[in-house]
Design a protein around this ligand. Structure first.
Ligand code: KE4
Length: 423
């Protein structure tokens, strides 16, 4: 008899593309079907078939306080009693904006949106509007959401001109996006040498989380700041993953590099759909209605999501980030040791409460080295860990996420499962 998850997945595939509302959830790259989740709390989730999972995806980052945090829940439910959305200003959006500015001072003004994709596409439009330049430079493998200009891949040849990364992106759009390998300042300098007067901005994940986890090499972010300043381009930090996670003040707080614009998502909504972009006042004042760069959103700043965001950031302000980083380092380090003891080549990258186990002996510093990983081996590891009650990222090109809610028992259960894996 099929499980409830199997039955739900069959129904889902009949009415939703791939049976999911976001591709990575389909678990295709790890060679299995997804399980359907009934509920989650703390560091755990329970499937519709009653299986209990220690979770290291945490909704791809938002749940840094853990699932179903009671303070966040109470705030959202209290707000909901006053109505879900007004389409008019409410006090909570002012409060959250002021909190964000207090935590990330580079964000002198902010605009709320409803996803990370909206935040990055809007920030790039603003950069183009403020500089009157058409081109955007991004990094191979970095993901900034699914707006057209980001869905490109490296073309042939050294010039790393872009070609569409998916059907539906016109060549003319892809052509406006320039690429460089992550951590390669020489390649960035070469792009500026070739196209400098046309480059509106450089957008970067200051900690890369979409090729697996890759930390910026010493001096990389500082070098981007210098090259942008020398060429009149704006520097955009896409902190959708790293914001409030790399430190409370994000990667910019951790590494001390100040971008012109920042994009946020995930954690800022505490699990509700919230994104935001912000930065220098003279740039943000160009956003409609105070300026000519248009951007809008029906549910932007809605009172329930704002209440959840306020509660989330308030709670995070009381947490010990250093302690979580140590627990994550110890846990991920022990995972890597267990796999190496089984004869597997593993490169571990871990920063703050993020980690990725790459099944390769090559140090992973960019997309090219991330692609040396044995994805079949990772898939086998993922499947065996899930069968033993541990939910890892269903792709070797994603991050693992810990939270302030993960307990010693959660970590020990995951390590026991890893010891039992047969690879
Ligand atoms: P959303 O539109 O998915 O809220 O955010 C897009 C985005 C922007 N910038 C960065 C650095 C991101 O990591 C993301 C989204 N992250 C992926 C996982 N790596 C979301 C998971 C999914 O696509 O289902």
């Amino acid at each position: 008899m099929s499980s409830k998850s199997e039955a739900l997945f069959a129904r889902a595939q009949n009415v939703m593309p791939g049976g999911v509302n976001s591709p990575v959830r389909a678990c295709k790259s790890v060679g299995c079907d997804p399980v359907f989740i009934a509920r989650a709390a703390g560091g755990r989730m329970w499937t519709v078939d009653g299986e209990e999972l220690v979770d290291f995806v945490m909704s791809w980052g938002p749940m840094l306080l853990g699932h179903a945090n009671p303070v966040v829940e109470a705030a959202a439910m209290a707000a909901l009693k006053n109505g879900a959305s007004y389409g008019a200003p409410c006090p909570a959006e002012v409060e959250l904006a002021e909190m964000i500015r207090g935590i990330m001072p580079s964000m002198e003004m902010v605009r709320m949106v409803s996803s990370g994709t909206e935040a990055t596409m809007s920030a790039v439009r603003l950069a183009r509007g403020c500089t009157n330049r058409p081109r955007v430079l991004k990094f191979d493998g970095c993901y900034h959401g699914h707006s057209d200009g980001f869905l490109v891949s490296a073309g042939s040849g050294v010039a790393t001109l872009s070609i569409p990364g998916t059907p539906g992106v016109p060549d003319a759009i892809a052509d406006l996006t320039l690429l460089a390998p992550y951590n390669d300042l020489d390649a960035v300098a070469a792009q500026f040498k070739a196209h400098g007067p046309e480059i509106a901005c450089v957008i970067v994940e200051p900690i890369a989380g979409n090729v697996g986890l890759i930390e910026p090499a010493p001096g990389f972010l500082q070098g981007l700041r210098r090259l942008c300043d020398e060429n009149g381009a704006l520097l955009i930090f896409d902190e959708v993953i790293s914001g409030f996670r790399a430190s409370l003040g994000g990667a910019q707080g951790r590494y001390g590099v100040k971008p012109d614009l920042t994009t946020l998502g995930k954690i800022i909504g505490g699990g509700f759909p919230v994104g935001c972009y912000g930065g220098r006042r003279e740039l943000m004042e160009q956003v409609a209605p105070s300026g000519p760069v248009y951007q809008a959103g029906t549910l932007s700043g809605n009172p329930v999501a704002m209440a959840a965001g306020i509660a989330t950031l308030s709670e995070l302000g009381k947490r010990d980030y250093a302690a979580l980083e140590t627990r994550t380092r110890d846990f991920a380090g022990e995972l890597a040791s267990i796999l190496r003891a089984k004869g597997r080549d593993v490169t571990l990258n871990q920063t703050a409460s993020l980690f990725t186990l790459f099944f390769t002996k090559t140090p992973v510093t960019d997309y090219a080295t991330s692609k040396t990983q044995d994805t079949a081996a990772y898939g086998a590891f993922y499947r065996q860990m899930r069968a033993r009650g541990v939910n890892l990222a269903p792709s070797g090109f994603e991050c693992g996420f810990t939270s302030f809610a993960h307990t010693d028992e959660d970590f020990e259960r995951a390590l026991a499962a890893a010891r039992a894996v047969e690879l």
